[in-house]
Write a protein that binds this ligand. Sequence first.
Ligand code: SF4
Ligand code: SF4
Length: 275
Amino acid sequence: MTGIIFDVQRGSYVNGPGIRTTVFFKGCNLKCTWCHNPESQDFEPQIMFYKSKCTSCGICRNFCESKESCIICGRCTRECLTGAKALCGKKYTADEIMEIIKKDIPYYKNSSGGVTFSGGECMLKIDFLTELLQKCKENNIHTAVDTAGYIPYSSFEQILPYTDLIIYDVKCMNSTVHKKYTSVQNTLILDNLKSLLLIDKEIWVRVPIISGINDSEEEINELKSFYEMYGYPQKTELLPYHSLGEHKYEAINKELTRFNTPSNDKMQKLMKLIK
Ligand code: SF4
Ligand code: SF4
Protein backbone atom coordinates (compact mmCIF):
# COMPACT_ATOMS: atom_id res chain seq x y z
CA MET A 1 0.00 0.00 0.00
CA THR A 2 1.17 3.58 -0.60
CA GLY A 3 0.36 7.04 0.77
CA ILE A 4 1.41 10.64 0.10
CA ILE A 5 3.62 11.88 2.93
CA PHE A 6 4.80 15.49 3.10
CA ASP A 7 7.27 15.26 5.96
CA VAL A 8 8.93 12.80 8.31
CA GLN A 9 10.39 14.50 11.38
CA ARG A 10 12.89 12.44 13.36
CA GLY A 11 14.14 13.19 16.87
CA SER A 12 11.12 15.23 17.88
CA TYR A 13 10.04 15.84 21.50
CA VAL A 14 6.48 16.86 20.68
CA ASN A 15 3.48 14.81 19.51
CA GLY A 16 3.64 12.24 22.29
CA PRO A 17 5.99 10.94 25.00
CA GLY A 18 9.77 10.55 24.63
CA ILE A 19 11.79 10.93 21.44
CA ARG A 20 9.53 10.46 18.43
CA THR A 21 9.40 10.22 14.69
CA THR A 22 6.36 12.02 13.30
CA VAL A 23 5.01 11.00 9.91
CA PHE A 24 2.85 13.69 8.26
CA PHE A 25 0.19 12.49 5.81
CA LYS A 26 -0.86 14.89 3.06
CA GLY A 27 -4.54 15.81 2.79
CA CYS A 28 -7.12 17.00 5.31
CA ASN A 29 -10.91 17.23 5.37
CA LEU A 30 -10.86 20.30 7.62
CA LYS A 31 -9.69 23.65 6.27
CA CYS A 32 -8.69 25.51 9.43
CA THR A 33 -8.02 29.13 8.50
CA TRP A 34 -5.27 29.36 11.14
CA CYS A 35 -3.48 26.17 9.98
CA HIS A 36 0.30 26.52 10.39
CA ASN A 37 0.85 23.73 7.84
CA PRO A 38 -1.41 24.87 4.98
CA GLU A 39 0.58 22.64 2.62
CA SER A 40 -0.91 19.67 4.49
CA GLN A 41 -4.46 20.40 3.31
CA ASP A 42 -4.36 19.35 -0.37
CA PHE A 43 -4.16 15.62 -1.03
CA GLU A 44 -1.78 15.75 -3.97
CA PRO A 45 1.92 16.75 -4.08
CA GLN A 46 2.58 20.47 -4.68
CA ILE A 47 5.51 22.68 -5.62
CA MET A 48 6.12 25.41 -3.03
CA PHE A 49 7.78 28.60 -4.26
CA TYR A 50 9.45 31.00 -1.80
CA LYS A 51 9.68 34.21 -3.84
CA SER A 52 12.03 35.94 -1.38
CA LYS A 53 14.66 33.21 -1.87
CA CYS A 54 14.55 33.30 -5.69
CA THR A 55 17.50 35.02 -7.41
CA SER A 56 15.89 34.73 -10.88
CA CYS A 57 18.88 32.67 -12.03
CA GLY A 58 16.65 30.67 -14.40
CA ILE A 59 18.26 27.29 -13.60
CA CYS A 60 14.88 25.74 -12.81
CA ARG A 61 13.50 26.68 -16.22
CA ASN A 62 16.48 25.12 -17.98
CA PHE A 63 15.90 21.79 -16.24
CA CYS A 64 12.14 21.71 -16.67
CA GLU A 65 11.14 19.30 -19.40
CA SER A 66 7.46 20.23 -19.27
CA LYS A 67 7.27 23.66 -20.85
CA GLU A 68 3.45 23.75 -21.02
CA SER A 69 2.31 23.23 -17.45
CA CYS A 70 3.90 21.84 -14.29
CA ILE A 71 3.56 18.08 -13.83
CA ILE A 72 4.99 18.20 -10.25
CA CYS A 73 7.96 16.01 -11.20
CA GLY A 74 10.09 17.86 -8.63
CA ARG A 75 13.17 18.16 -10.83
CA CYS A 76 13.43 21.95 -10.51
CA THR A 77 13.32 21.68 -6.71
CA ARG A 78 16.42 19.47 -6.79
CA GLU A 79 18.31 21.87 -9.08
CA CYS A 80 17.41 25.16 -7.38
CA LEU A 81 20.46 26.21 -5.33
CA THR A 82 18.69 28.67 -3.02
CA GLY A 83 15.84 26.51 -1.76
CA ALA A 84 13.27 28.79 -3.41
CA LYS A 85 11.42 25.76 -4.75
CA ALA A 86 10.42 22.74 -2.70
CA LEU A 87 8.41 19.62 -3.48
CA CYS A 88 5.74 19.03 -0.84
CA GLY A 89 4.43 15.45 -0.79
CA LYS A 90 5.83 12.20 -2.11
CA LYS A 91 4.37 8.73 -2.53
CA TYR A 92 5.86 6.16 -0.12
CA THR A 93 5.21 2.48 0.49
CA ALA A 94 4.69 1.35 4.08
CA ASP A 95 8.06 -0.46 3.93
CA GLU A 96 9.84 2.73 2.85
CA ILE A 97 8.36 4.62 5.81
CA MET A 98 9.24 1.75 8.15
CA GLU A 99 12.86 1.90 7.00
CA ILE A 100 13.04 5.53 8.20
CA ILE A 101 11.14 4.77 11.43
CA LYS A 102 13.33 1.80 12.36
CA LYS A 103 16.53 3.89 12.24
CA ASP A 104 15.57 5.45 15.59
CA ILE A 105 14.46 2.34 17.51
CA PRO A 106 17.31 2.73 20.08
CA TYR A 107 16.16 6.32 20.80
CA TYR A 108 12.53 5.22 21.27
CA LYS A 109 13.67 2.50 23.68
CA ASN A 110 15.88 4.82 25.77
CA SER A 111 13.30 7.59 26.04
CA SER A 112 10.00 5.65 26.09
CA GLY A 113 9.26 7.33 22.78
CA GLY A 114 7.90 6.03 19.49
CA VAL A 115 6.12 7.04 16.34
CA THR A 116 3.29 9.51 15.78
CA PHE A 117 1.18 9.55 12.63
CA SER A 118 -0.16 13.02 11.91
CA GLY A 119 -1.11 15.23 8.99
CA GLY A 120 -3.15 16.57 7.41
CA GLU A 121 -5.57 13.91 8.55
CA CYS A 122 -3.76 10.58 8.65
CA MET A 123 -7.00 8.68 9.34
CA LEU A 124 -8.36 9.46 5.88
CA LYS A 125 -5.83 6.91 4.56
CA ILE A 126 -7.07 4.36 7.04
CA ASP A 127 -5.77 1.16 5.38
CA PHE A 128 -2.29 2.60 4.82
CA LEU A 129 -2.26 3.93 8.39
CA THR A 130 -3.38 0.55 9.76
CA GLU A 131 -0.60 -1.21 7.87
CA LEU A 132 1.99 1.19 9.31
CA LEU A 133 0.62 0.83 12.84
CA GLN A 134 0.66 -2.97 12.58
CA LYS A 135 4.25 -2.92 11.37
CA CYS A 136 5.26 -0.64 14.28
CA LYS A 137 3.66 -3.01 16.78
CA GLU A 138 5.46 -5.99 15.16
CA ASN A 139 8.65 -4.05 16.01
CA ASN A 140 7.47 -3.18 19.55
CA ILE A 141 7.32 0.54 18.79
CA HIS A 142 4.96 2.81 20.78
CA THR A 143 2.35 4.32 18.44
CA ALA A 144 0.35 7.55 18.55
CA VAL A 145 -2.24 8.84 16.08
CA ASP A 146 -2.86 12.58 15.90
CA THR A 147 -6.32 13.28 14.47
CA ALA A 148 -8.95 16.00 14.17
CA GLY A 149 -11.58 13.25 14.43
CA TYR A 150 -13.81 14.15 11.48
CA ILE A 151 -14.14 10.56 10.34
CA PRO A 152 -16.51 7.62 10.99
CA TYR A 153 -15.97 5.91 14.35
CA SER A 154 -15.45 2.61 12.48
CA SER A 155 -12.04 4.03 11.40
CA PHE A 156 -11.07 4.35 15.08
CA GLU A 157 -12.23 0.78 15.71
CA GLN A 158 -9.89 -0.35 12.91
CA ILE A 159 -6.76 1.28 14.37
CA LEU A 160 -7.36 1.06 18.12
CA PRO A 161 -5.82 -2.44 18.54
CA TYR A 162 -2.48 -1.12 17.21
CA THR A 163 -2.56 2.39 18.73
CA ASP A 164 -1.20 3.22 22.20
CA LEU A 165 -2.16 6.90 22.28
CA ILE A 166 -4.73 9.05 20.49
CA ILE A 167 -3.87 12.75 20.26
CA TYR A 168 -7.22 14.38 19.60
CA ASP A 169 -7.49 17.94 18.27
CA VAL A 170 -10.54 19.88 19.44
CA LYS A 171 -10.62 23.18 17.59
CA CYS A 172 -13.66 24.79 19.14
CA MET A 173 -16.70 23.73 21.21
CA ASN A 174 -19.10 26.18 19.55
CA SER A 175 -20.33 24.41 16.40
CA THR A 176 -21.18 27.59 14.45
CA VAL A 177 -17.74 29.08 15.09
CA HIS A 178 -16.19 25.70 14.29
CA LYS A 179 -17.94 25.60 10.91
CA LYS A 180 -16.96 29.19 10.11
CA TYR A 181 -13.23 28.64 10.66
CA THR A 182 -12.70 24.96 9.76
CA SER A 183 -15.40 24.39 7.08
CA VAL A 184 -17.19 21.64 9.06
CA GLN A 185 -19.40 21.39 12.14
CA ASN A 186 -18.02 19.68 15.23
CA THR A 187 -20.87 17.21 15.95
CA LEU A 188 -19.10 14.13 14.55
CA ILE A 189 -15.81 15.21 16.15
CA LEU A 190 -17.36 15.51 19.61
CA ASP A 191 -19.37 12.29 19.18
CA ASN A 192 -16.14 10.41 18.39
CA LEU A 193 -14.34 12.01 21.33
CA LYS A 194 -17.21 10.95 23.60
CA SER A 195 -16.91 7.33 22.39
CA LEU A 196 -13.14 7.36 22.88
CA LEU A 197 -13.37 8.78 26.40
CA LEU A 198 -15.73 5.97 27.36
CA ILE A 199 -13.22 3.21 26.48
CA ASP A 200 -9.93 2.28 28.10
CA LYS A 201 -7.47 4.13 25.84
CA GLU A 202 -4.92 6.87 26.51
CA ILE A 203 -6.19 10.15 25.03
CA TRP A 204 -4.49 13.55 24.92
CA VAL A 205 -6.74 16.40 23.83
CA ARG A 206 -5.09 19.38 22.14
CA VAL A 207 -6.81 22.73 21.62
CA PRO A 208 -5.24 25.50 19.53
CA ILE A 209 -6.11 28.79 21.26
CA ILE A 210 -6.75 31.68 18.87
CA SER A 211 -7.32 35.12 20.27
CA GLY A 212 -10.89 36.35 19.81
CA ILE A 213 -12.06 33.02 18.35
CA ASN A 214 -11.98 30.31 21.01
CA ASP A 215 -10.10 31.89 23.94
CA SER A 216 -13.12 32.68 26.10
CA GLU A 217 -13.68 31.14 29.53
CA GLU A 218 -17.08 29.88 28.24
CA GLU A 219 -15.31 27.81 25.59
CA ILE A 220 -13.00 26.11 28.08
CA ASN A 221 -15.79 25.64 30.60
CA GLU A 222 -17.82 23.92 27.89
CA LEU A 223 -14.96 21.51 27.24
CA LYS A 224 -14.73 20.88 30.99
CA SER A 225 -18.48 20.13 31.19
CA PHE A 226 -18.04 17.70 28.30
CA TYR A 227 -15.30 15.88 30.27
CA GLU A 228 -17.48 15.84 33.35
CA MET A 229 -20.17 14.02 31.39
CA TYR A 230 -18.01 11.51 29.48
CA GLY A 231 -14.68 11.31 31.29
CA TYR A 232 -11.40 13.19 31.42
CA PRO A 233 -8.58 12.45 28.97
CA GLN A 234 -5.12 11.74 30.42
CA LYS A 235 -3.97 15.17 29.30
CA THR A 236 -5.33 18.41 27.83
CA GLU A 237 -2.89 20.74 26.10
CA LEU A 238 -3.89 24.31 25.22
CA LEU A 239 -1.60 25.52 22.44
CA PRO A 240 -1.39 29.28 21.78
CA TYR A 241 -1.72 30.25 18.12
CA HIS A 242 1.57 31.18 16.44
CA SER A 243 2.26 32.75 13.07
CA LEU A 244 5.31 30.65 12.09
CA GLY A 245 3.53 29.10 9.11
CA GLU A 246 2.42 32.37 7.52
CA HIS A 247 5.15 32.43 4.84
CA LYS A 248 3.90 29.07 3.51
CA TYR A 249 0.61 30.59 2.33
CA GLU A 250 2.39 32.69 -0.28
CA ALA A 251 4.53 29.68 -1.25
CA ILE A 252 1.43 27.69 -2.22
CA ASN A 253 -0.50 30.70 -3.50
CA LYS A 254 -3.18 30.47 -0.83
CA GLU A 255 -4.94 33.38 0.81
CA LEU A 256 -3.69 34.10 4.33
CA THR A 257 -5.93 35.16 7.22
CA ARG A 258 -4.02 36.69 10.13
CA PHE A 259 -4.92 35.84 13.71
CA ASN A 260 -3.60 37.05 17.06
CA THR A 261 -1.72 35.08 19.68
CA PRO A 262 -3.42 35.08 23.12
CA SER A 263 -1.43 36.72 25.92
CA ASN A 264 0.46 34.64 28.48
CA ASP A 265 -1.94 35.84 31.17
CA LYS A 266 -4.92 34.62 29.15
CA MET A 267 -3.26 31.24 28.55
CA GLN A 268 -2.49 30.82 32.27
CA LYS A 269 -6.10 31.63 33.14
CA LEU A 270 -7.50 29.12 30.64
CA MET A 271 -5.05 26.42 31.73
CA LYS A 272 -6.09 26.88 35.34
CA LEU A 273 -9.73 26.48 34.31
CA ILE A 274 -9.21 23.18 32.53
CA LYS A 275 -7.05 21.74 35.32
S1 SF4 B 1 16.46 27.90 -9.75
FE1 SF4 B 1 15.61 28.66 -7.81
S2 SF4 B 1 16.56 30.67 -7.58
FE2 SF4 B 1 16.81 30.10 -9.74
S3 SF4 B 1 15.03 31.02 -10.79
FE3 SF4 B 1 14.49 28.93 -10.22
S4 SF4 B 1 13.44 29.12 -8.22
FE4 SF4 B 1 14.58 31.02 -8.60
S1 SF4 C 1 8.11 20.34 -10.93
FE1 SF4 C 1 8.85 19.48 -12.88
S2 SF4 C 1 7.32 20.13 -14.36
FE2 SF4 C 1 7.01 21.41 -12.57
S3 SF4 C 1 8.18 23.28 -12.96
FE3 SF4 C 1 9.50 21.85 -11.83
S4 SF4 C 1 10.66 20.71 -13.35
FE4 SF4 C 1 8.92 21.69 -14.38
